[in-house]
Design a protein around this ligand. Structure first.
Ligand SMILES: NC(=O)c1ccc[n+]([C@@H]2O[C@H](COP(=O)([O-])OP(=O)(O)OC[C@H]3O[C@@H](n4cnc5c(N)ncnc54)[C@H](OP(=O)(O)O)[C@@H]3O)[C@@H](O)[C@H]2O)c1
Length: 292
């Protein structure tokens, strides 16, 4: 075994799944900044557009027999489970178990501890994957995040073409998290065994209503924006063209819930990274070009 200049042994290759996604991209770049050997699992290496220094290997969770090459010599895996049936997960986790020691799973803070069936299908799939990982014999860390701030990129088209965001539940109040902060915790859990067995609740540092989020985007792009609350039913019909009804209703119920009870805040990002979590305003500045 050889050691590179940053103290990582070559056996310590870290596999990042979801490497082309919102969080995974930052996990890749932050690991590269640390000098860690990084491999990215991608379905299409040709279009992945990853930074130099990362090894992109083709693989697809929908065809678990494609994963062997990506898992060779891997010590830990950042796991993002995309919108695939969880029935595929046991085979994928078996492949991980046979090749690696530790998995850091991007999960959800909506999971309720004692429920066998969670409140909505999205939370249910996160809880199911956690249970499968716990039963797999792998070491694990669960990153139970609030909403990703990137969810609000869903307003980008309206903002690019006007000054009004039409969306329901103006008063829904969330502690949205910057994808960079999720990645910062992930890289620590991927590169040290001190986070094994932890279920970390990760949120942004503030709670903002959706009206306040839209105002923050307006400040970031230098153009006042207005939130116009519309009926949830209008959005429900739009979402049903892309998602199954149970998933749509789960998301709408969650937003309605954040009007009654704002999402909580956790300080774990700062405790683990020794840097304050980024605010939504900072996120909006980072993403101003997406809205302009
Ligand atoms: N959004 C939220 O508020 C929220 C809250 C809690 C938890 N989460 C978790 O976060 C995840 C999304 O993370 P994100 O926003 O960083 O990702 P993302 O931007 O939605 O990107 C999805 C990633 O999944 C990969 N992928 C898709 N299908 C795949 C397949 N069949 N096999 C292997 N990889 C595949 C894609 O890679 P390629 O297309 O390049 O292959 C891409 O890198 C969700 O699935 C959920 O579990 C999200």
């Amino acid at each position: 075994m050889s050691i590179n200049g940053n103290g990582f042994s070559e056996r310590k290759t870290i596999l990042v799944t979801g490497a082309t996604g919102n969080v995974g991209r930052h996990v890749v770049s932050q690991l590269l900044d640390m000098g860690a050997p990084v491999r990215a699992l991608v379905r299409n290496p040709g279009s992945a557009d990853l930074p130099g220094g990362v090894e992109a290997v083709r693989g697809d969770f929908a065809a678990p027999d494609t994963l062997a090459e990506s898992l060779e010599g891997v010590e830990s895996v950042f796991l993002v489970w995309p919108g695939l049936p969880v029935s595929l997960a046991p085979t994928v986790l078996d492949a991980l178990k046979n090749s690696t020691g530790r998995v850091v799973y991007l999960s959800s803070m909506s999971i309720q501890k004692d429920l066998t069936q969670q409140a909505d299908p999205i939370t249910d799939f996160h809880a199911t994957i956690e249970r499968l990982i716990e039963g797999s014999g792998l070491d694990w860390t669960f990153l139970r995040i609030s909403g990703l701030a990137t969810n609000t990129l869903g307003w980008a088209q309206q903002i690019r073409s006007g000054d009004i965001v039409r969306w329901p539940y103006a008063a829904a109040a969330r502690s949205l998290i910057h994808e960079k902060d999720v990645a910062a915790v992930a890289v620590r859990a991927l590169t040290s065994d001190t986070h094994n067995g932890a279920r970390y609740i990760l949120t942004g540092p503030q709670v903002l209503t959706q009206t306040e989020q839209v105002q923050a985007i307006g400040e970031a792009i230098g153009r006042p924006l207005r939130y116009e609350e519309i009926s949830p039913e209008v959005i429900r019909q739009q979402m049903l063209t892309q998602l199954p009804p149970a998933m749509v209703d789960g998301m709408l119920n969650a937003w309605a819930g954040f009007v009654r009870e704002p999402e909580p805040i956790s300080s774990i990002v700062e405790e683990i990274t020794s840097a304050p979590a980024h605010t939504y305003k900072e996120w909006a500045i980072d993403h101003a070009s997406d809205f302009s």
